[in-house]
Design a binder for this molecule. Structure first.
Ligand code: BTN
Length: 331
């Protein structure tokens, strides 16, 4: 814990922090502080140490370990338990195993690499080392199972907001949501979300919300090249994966509190609809048996997409039953 606490103090400060302040605040000896700083340097942190001034973090390694993320947590964050895997099959699978074994929720599983990453509709989510963020939030909401898909909507908003703040200087309108939960940048997909649940007829045992973010990828498989992008391609800047993850946790915590007040999306749907890539545009609704064009009006408090058909009828479509496409491509 010492290292995490020291890291947190240094992260929170934008100037030098004196060794004495660290000792006093954390009740540590000078030697303990010195040892922890030495370890952090060995782990790749560039820390400036100046006599009579103290310590300043100059650069951080692109690490997304539990230690790293915990040092960025803020008051009000609802996720404190973070589990990191250097490599695993799928963070969703691991989160489900831990939830089944009674681990207290919420918790967040982060993987540096996934060997069997899962996408929606039985697809694979290619998950190479360092290129992306592969994380799964496990949570036990006090809602009936029919409402669980709303959490995916909350998570999508949290990722979009987190990305906007961490990578695009807070600019509105860059990270948009393609209903229900893909994040698109310039109409190309940068984030996918796969939600899985275990439930009884009237209660949820757990929901795992798995989030895959293309961060440093600069080339994609031919099958998805036309529709996929990454944060570094779009922001054209150095991207910090840890800031994205911490941003997601902060935003999810804020939004989830609003969600809990009504157990639906009534307090969030306006904010969501502002991010919706196809709002007011014509879209193609693709069902199993049929497809039609309509105008997308935005979501309702249940997370359904309201669309206006050509005969003027407004109907609500359910995620899972249909997919929505722009008229000229994926978004
Ligand atoms: C999609 O198909 O759009 C959803 C992709 C979800 C991928 C993420 S990566 C982290 C988590 N673990 C998985 O195996 N899948 C999700």
């Amino acid at each position: 814990m010492t290292k995490t606490d020291i890291l947190k103090m240094l992260n929170d400060a934008d100037t030098y922090v004196s060794g004495q302040d660290i000792c006093d605040k954390l009740e540590l000896s000078r030697t303990a502080v010195w040892k922890a700083i030495k370890q952090l340097k060995e782990e790749g942190y560039e820390i400036d140490a100046i006599k009579n001034k103290g310590y300043l973090i100059k650069s951080v390694p692109d690490r997304i370990t539990d230690l790293e993320i915990k040092s960025l947590l803020a008051d009000g964050d609802i996720v404190e338990d973070i589990i990191y895997f250097e490599e695993t099959d799928s963070s969703n699978n691991q989160a489900k195993i831990m939830a089944e074994h009674g681990r207290k929720m919420p918790f967040l599983v982060i993987a540096e690499e996934q060997t069997a990453g899962k996408g929606r509709r039985g697809r694979k989510w290619i998950s190479p080392k360092k290129s992306g963020i592969y994380m799964t939030l496990a949570i036990k909401p006090d809602i009936p199972p029919q409402k669980a898909s709303m959490l995916t909507i909350v998570a999508a908003m949290a990722v979009a907001n987190g990305l906007k703040k961490a990578c695009f200087d807070g600019h509105e309108g860059i990270c948009q949501i393609k209903w229900p939960n893909d994040i698109v940048i310039n109409k190309k997909k940068a984030v996918g979300i796969l939600t899985e649940m275990s439930a009884e007829p009237d209660m949820v045992n757990y929901v795992v919300v798995g989030i895959g973010i293309n961060v440093n990828n600069n080339d994609f498989d031919e099958s998805i090249r036309e529709m996929a992008t990454s944060i570094s391609l779009e922001s054209k800047a150095q991207v910090s994966r840890r800031d994205i993850i911490a941003g997601f946790i902060h935003e999810f915590s804020r939004l989830y509190k609003t969600f809990e007040e009504s157990s639906d999306l009534s307090g969030l749907m306006d904010e969501y609809n502002k991010c919706l890539v196809n709002i007011n545009n014509r879209v193609k609704i693709l069902g199993d048996a049929s497809q039609y064009e309509a105008q997308a009006l935005g979501i309702d408090k249940y997370g359904r997409l309201l669309v206006k058909k050509d005969d003027g009828e407004v109907t609500a479509v359910l995620s899972g039953e249909v997919s929505v496409r722009g008229l000229y491509g994926y978004a």
